[in-house]
Design a protein around this ligand. Structure first.
Ligand code: COA
Length: 176
């Protein structure tokens, strides 16, 4: 398996992975977001990665920056979405994409990374709800227990709740 930075030329392959992985109805929304994130022009950069096996795209993940209200010193990211093609799941591809991205972010000095998803999966990477508790998402969460974070580089964590702001592609209430 090879991991590389995704470009706009990978859009069709990324779309195929999401359409075949998420339930119908949800899959179109998530595929659209994954493709829009390829064109997010942010500082710091939005990073989209794909996993390839036998020259075919079988997995994708995107990491985009998050702004924390009243705290410009804290570098934060969120990762979403993530998918691995069904017939390639349970071979460690999802874990490799997450760990590869987190290593890049850690080297960049990123302090905290958020994720919104199944705690049973993300806790194995060190994500936990406690670390995310004081960060208020842009929309109300359908599954509050899915809001988690991991601290990569220590900093003065928020002691009172603060709002966070995501890139435009993730500003869709249906995602949250
Ligand atoms: C979640 C997903 C990306 C994992 O990819 P993957 O390549 O299969 O992951 P890995 O091989 O690294 O890890 C597989 C392990 O995670 C477990 N796992 C996968 N999804 C899980 C979940 N929602 N809750 C708990 N465990 C989960 C598998 O059972 C497997 O366990 P094992 O190691 O004990 O056998 C993939 O299952 C997927 O694309 N699912 C559909 C889309 C999705 O849910 N995306 C995440 C949105 S938050």
């Amino acid at each position: 398996m090879n991991i590389r930075i995704a470009t706009n030329q990978d859009s069709d392959d990324i779309k195929r992975v999401y359409l075949s992985t998420f339930p119908k109805g949800e899959s179109e929304i998530v595929a659209k977001i994954a493709i829009e994130l390829l064109s997010e022009n942010t500082t710091p950069q939005t990073i989209s990665l794909i996993a390839e096996t036998d020259h075919s795209v079988v997995g994708h993940i995107a990491f985009s920056p998050v702004k924390i209200d009243h705290n410009e010193d804290c570098q934060a990211y969120i990762f979403a979405p993530l998918a691995v093609q069904a017939n390639y799941q349970k071979h460690g591809i999802g874990s490799t994409l997450i760990k590869y991205g987190m290593q890049q972010l850690s080297a960049m000095g990123v302090n905290i990374v958020f994720v919104y998803g199944d705690p049973n999966y993300y806790e194995r990477f060190g994500f936990n709800a406690d670390a995310a508790r004081n960060y208020i998402t842009p929309y109300n969460l359908q599954y509050p227990s899915g809001w988690q974070a991991i601290v990569l580089n220590e900093y003065a964590m928020e002691k009172v709740p603060v709002a966070i702001n995501c890139v435009a592609s993730l500003c869709d209430p249906k995602l949250w």
